[in-house]
Design a protein around this ligand. Structure first.
Ligand code: ATP
Ligand code: MG
Length: 421
């Protein structure tokens, strides 16, 4: 299909990218907009970055554009900086002899866009737009896209064997574009899923995170549950092991409108899969999460664990227990659990806990108007574990309104307490 795009579909970023195409063409080369920008234009989604393919070699590209970064010369990619935008400009290339089921051993530059489109993974990613916004779509990617089908360029079997990452990309694209994989593609994943062991865990994390960022992430998890792909990662994921025994429906309650934060989505998956916080920490380590993100996700899972074990029959007890949690966990983790996970995993407690949380006077020991030094001075006792314990106790009293956050009041409270002991 070679069709001209309707004017209303052409976003400013595409028009700006044409300035790059023009300069390449003036220098005697051919050039097209390719990849995600073409696909997203066709489904009327906002485009973020625009990738360009050209017959010019990286050296020729660098000679035309004064401001560029040689991002991946061996793969033919140069990042061109132009009026505040950056474009990945890649020489048309064919790939040959993949090694380790991930990267081509040999990349050769070719003259023709068709050969370049042919090496791309899925038909919807193998389309090109020219300077006049005419669509070049040799593999009928557009019709697959509007029919809701994900299809490999060429034979799925071969494409997944060449590069096992494409299996994860397939699930990600099915989720984020609400597509159904072709049966042959789905079967090819079932056949070649052990090859996922060749893919770095960082890449697995990246693909899963992209998938979870989309509002239909639950259907992506269900696809993963159905095809057992994640049982074959380089490092074992406990969560993938339990999915076999869980019902497909167990993730349906993970409402994307409530779970707006990506870390809450991750935590929700581990909680719905009945993993402990220790098991969650194990999987997050395998997936190479940053310390910060790991702390937040594990924090949410362990708050959920703690809440499950607590007795919340009476409201004063509930308040007391909630403040105890505040003393153990970071406020942001507790609030993430409260506002995004509690409505799903503790719906009966949720509203009561929100009221309690709002009614608290302070949320941490740091908000107290006294410090540990004050306690030592007032009691004449040396430093020790007791200081932290007393501060926590005072914080609880102040948070629940039993004591004012006021130096003199706290001092006399401490004195009374010491005398009473
Ligand atoms: P997004 O940027 O939203 O992830 P994208 O399609 O632009 O989507 P990129 O990873 O930026 O994805 O890759 C750009 C293009 O390169 C893709 O559209 C596809 O044509 C091709 N491509 C990327 N990864 C692969 C791969 N593993 N195998 C074959 N082609 C690929
Ligand atoms: Mg891209």
């Amino acid at each position: 299909m070679n069709n001209q795009l309707q004017k209303s579909n052409i976003q400013p970023a595409l028009v700006e990218a044409c300035l790059i195409l023009d300069q390449l063409q003036h220098a005697g080369f051919t050039a097209y907009i390719v990849g995600g920008a073409v696909r997203d234009t066709l489904v009327k989604r906002n485009i973020s970055d625009v990738d360009i393919a050209t017959s010019a070699t990286p050296e020729q590209v660098m000679a035309i554009f004064p401001r560029c970064i040689p991002t991946g010369l061996q793969h033919g990619t140069v990042t061109v900086l132009h009026y505040g935008h950056s474009y990945e400009v890649t020489t048309y290339r064919a790939e040959d002899h993949y090694k380790d089921h991930r990267r081509p051993e040999k990349v050769s530059f070719v003259e023709d866009i068709y050969a370049d489109l042919e090496r791309r993974d899925f038909t919807m990613n193998a389309m090109a737009l020219d300077r006049n916004f005419v669509l070049h779509d040799p593999f009928q990617g557009y019709s697959d896209l509007i029919n809701g089908q994900l299809r490999c360029v060429g034979k799925s079997d071969e494409r997944f064997q060449e590069d096992a990452l494409r299996m994860l990309r397939a699930v990600r694209f099915c989720t984020t574009y609400e597509l159904t994989p072709l049966l042959s593609l789905w079967r090819a994943i079932a056949k070649h899923r052990p090859l996922l062991a060749y893919i770095a865990m960082e890449r697995v994390n990246y693909e899963l995170t992209r998938m979870l960022s989309h509002r239909s992430f639950v259907s992506g998890i269900q696809l993963m549950q159905r095809n057992s792909l994640l049982l074959h990662t380089k490092e074992h994921l406990i969560v993938a092991g339990v999915w076999n025994d869980l019902e497909i429906g167990c993730f349906v309650k993970l409402n994307a409108d409530i779970l707006t934060h990506i870390d809450a989505r991750w935590a929700a998956i581990f909680i719905a899969s009945n993993l402990t916080s220790a098991q969650t920490a194990n999987d997050l380590r395998a997936l190479k999460f940053s310390n910060d993100q790991r702390a937040t996700i594990v924090g949410c899972v362990s708050i959920n664990e703690a809440v499950r074990q607590m007795h919340f029959e009476e409201e004063p007890l509930m308040e007391h227990t909630w403040v105890e949690l505040l003393l153990i966990h970071h406020l942001d983790q507790l609030e993430l659990w409260l506002y995004q996970l509690a409505p799903i995993f503790a719906p009966i407690l949720y509203e009561k806990l929100v009221v309690i949380h709002h009614s608290l006077r302070i949320y941490s020991v740091k908000e107290l108007c006294i410090r540990g030094n004050d306690l030592m001075k007032w009691t004449g006792q040396p430093a020790g574990a007791w200081v932290k314990e007393q501060l926590a106790h005072i914080m609880k009293q102040v948070a629940t309104g039993q004591l004012e956050n006021e130096r003199e009041q706290i001092q006399s409270y401490v004195k009374d307490k010491v005398e009473g002991e």
